[in-house]
Design a protein around this ligand. Structure first.
Ligand SMILES: [Zn+2]
Length: 263
């Protein structure tokens, strides 16, 4: 009689990845043929064939150590800006000021973001996210309208979202979705993403016709895509990390691999 497949139980192990001890939850599955690994907000997960040895799993982890550590970094909590820190808003750099009371707010003329000092940690990041989302709604909406006018096709709706796997998307019903995190990127990068999604209203794929439209709308699109490949990860790591990313044009740092995210 075949053995019943009991639910797999995750066991916590530790591996040495480039001198860093990283714990991971391992689950073994009957019938699985390859070792799989990915990072989650709760840490590193690994699934393996039932008979894979510990040494085989460690070898697989070490072979992917650089990629895995980048993945783990992406999910780590974003560093929290303190009073006096600089954070980006498009091409501007704003100084964070913690104030005694009142609401969070943006003072563009003074180049300052004010946050109540009682807001700490995740609360402070959430207040900043609300500011970025407000900015994204207004700026990206206008950018999509401008590119749409040049193209002769307007989105039915522009949504501000936060998918971690893509910067933007365009639905078959004409809704353009864009990540609020692009409000931390140089304005030309955000503009190129808005143009990218608006061109999808006319051309659903990435064909030559698509590129022709896109390059006409944003001649710097190749440099913008390169910036996102090299520095997009900083946008996932929050405003402080994004502040360290260079403005355009920038050379790609030699010691990092570009991330791939679909557009
Ligand atoms: Zn696309």
């Amino acid at each position: 009689m075949p053995r019943r497949n009991s639910p797999a139980t995750a066991v916590v192990h530790a591996a040495d990845l480039d001198g860093h001890s990283v714990s991971y939850r391992l689950t073994r599955h009957v019938g699985q043929r390859r070792i799989r690994m990915w990072a989650t907000p709760d840490g590193l997960r690994v699934t393996a064939p039932r008979r894979a040895s510990g040494a085989q799993i460690e070898r697989a982890l070490r072979a992917n150590s650089r990629w895995l550590r980048q993945q783990i970094d992406d999910w780590a909590p974003a560093p929290v800006p303190s009073d006096g820190d600089t954070i980006p808003l498009g091409d501007a750099r704003l100084v964070v000021r913690l104030v005694g009371s009142g609401r969070s707010g943006l003072d563009r003329a003074a180049g300052v973001v004010r946050l109540p000092e009682g807001l700490e940690g995740a609360g402070r990041l959430a207040a900043l996210e609300r500011i970025y989302r407000r900015e994204a709604r207004s700026v990206f909406g206008a950018l999509c309208a401008r590119h749409g006018a040049a193209l002769g096709a307007q989105p039915a709706r522009v949504r501000i979202t936060d998918p971690r796997s893509r910067w933007g998307s365009c639905s078959s019903t004409g809704t353009v979705s864009l990540s609020w995190r692009l409000a931390m990127a140089p304005s030309i990068v955000a503009s190129s993403l808005c143009a990218h999604e608006v061109v999808h209203l006319l051309v659903p794929n990435h064909s030559r016709a698509f590129r022709d439209h896109l390059e006409r709308l944003v001649p710097e699109v190749a440099a913008c895509e390169a910036w996102l490949s090299w520095h997009g990860r900083a946008l996932l790591r929050g405003p402080l990390a994004a502040a360290a990313a260079p403005s355009l044009p920038a050379a790609a740092p030699a010691d990092r691999q570009p991330i791939s995210r679909s557009l």
